[in-house]
Design a protein around this ligand. Structure first.
Ligand SMILES: C[S@@+](CC[C@H](N)C(=O)[O-])C[C@H]1O[C@@H](n2cnc3c(N)ncnc32)[C@H](O)[C@@H]1O
Length: 255
């Protein structure tokens, strides 16, 4: 059993803050340190803080919702091959652990920050076959070779798209490392799928669907987590299959 080694204070002035502005105060040596909930490089360095904040306090359900939706689709399809998963925005391995608990044996994690890889190794060392610290919009040649050499038949990304985290271009790049007919499972804030949304995800996903690049099997709206002020944050979980790679012309528009 892990022991909580930190003390957190939720400030009074958090009402109505945007999701990427939410913060809490960590008590350290009798002083308060402000930590934004999206300061993952700081959060991962404190064992148990990510889990306490997002899962215990804010009741995040996304790893469970997205992995269950994926596993159900895979079972229904009666496809016999084992999943070889590329996990984008892998963090400290909570999604990979959920997949492992469902019998998935091969997962390669990718995240842009070193602290995520270190936390995954510290907290869930058994769940990844490999873990790359890379920017998918500017991959090292070594990472490109590794990704090309692995016959991925599944891409998953949970709680990581948009908000200055993973941009559409990085998602598109990861998508193209998955084989045709491979599974694609991710979640995204419901607001990010509306027409005038500026992150570019709404446009990308609609274009992928319309062009027959992504065949969406299920879309499910649900509560991703609570905001610090108690509001419900609504997301959509999407599971589909890749039909073909995103063409270069679409990449040029995303750059
Ligand atoms: C909210 S965490 C989610 C982690 C994990 N998927 C989970 O559900 O517990 C978002 C993760 O996305 C990662 N991230 C942000 N921008 C990224 C990028 N451009 N490429 C890869 N990972 C990124 C962050 O470092 C962070 O680990």
């Amino acid at each position: 059993m892990s022991v909580k080694t930190f003390t957190l204070v939720i400030p009074n002035d958090i009402n109505g803050l945007a999701q990427n502005e939410e913060y809490c105060l960590l008590v350290c040596d009798n002083r308060y340190r402000k930590i934004r909930l999206h300061d993952y490089h700081e959060i991962y360095q404190i064992p148990g803080l990510y889990e306490y904040l997002f899962y215990d306090l804010l009741e995040c359900k996304s790893p469970e919702v997205v992995t269950q939706a994926l596993i159900e689709q895979v079972k229904q399809s009666q496809a016999s091959s084992d999943l070889i998963v590329l996990e984008l925005g892998a963090g400290n391995g909570i999604v990979a652990e959920a997949l492992t608990n469902n019998g998935v044996e091969t997962i390669v994690g990718i995240d842009i920050i070193e602290e995520a890889a270190q936390a995954a190794l510290r907290d869930r060392s058994h769940v990844y076959q490999d873990y790359l610290v890379e920017d998918l919009t500017n991959l090292s040649s070594e990472a490109r070779e590794k990704l090309k050499a692995t016959p991925f038949n599944c891409l998953i990304s949970v709680a990581a798209l948009g908000f200055g985290d993973i941009p559409p271009l990085a998602f598109a790049s990861a998508f193209n490392y998955v084989n045709d007919e491979g599974w694609v499972a991710f979640n995204i804030k419901s607001d990010f799928l509306t027409d005038r949304e500026p992150s570019g995800f709404s446009q990308l996903i609609h274009r992928m669907e319309n062009a027959g690049i992504l065949d969406v099997h299920v879309k499910q709206a649900y509560q991703h987590r609570l905001a610090l002020d108690g509001r419900s944050l609504q997301y959509v979980s999407i599971v589909g299959t890749k039909q073909t790679s995103i063409p270069q012309s679409m990449f040029e528009e995303l750059s």
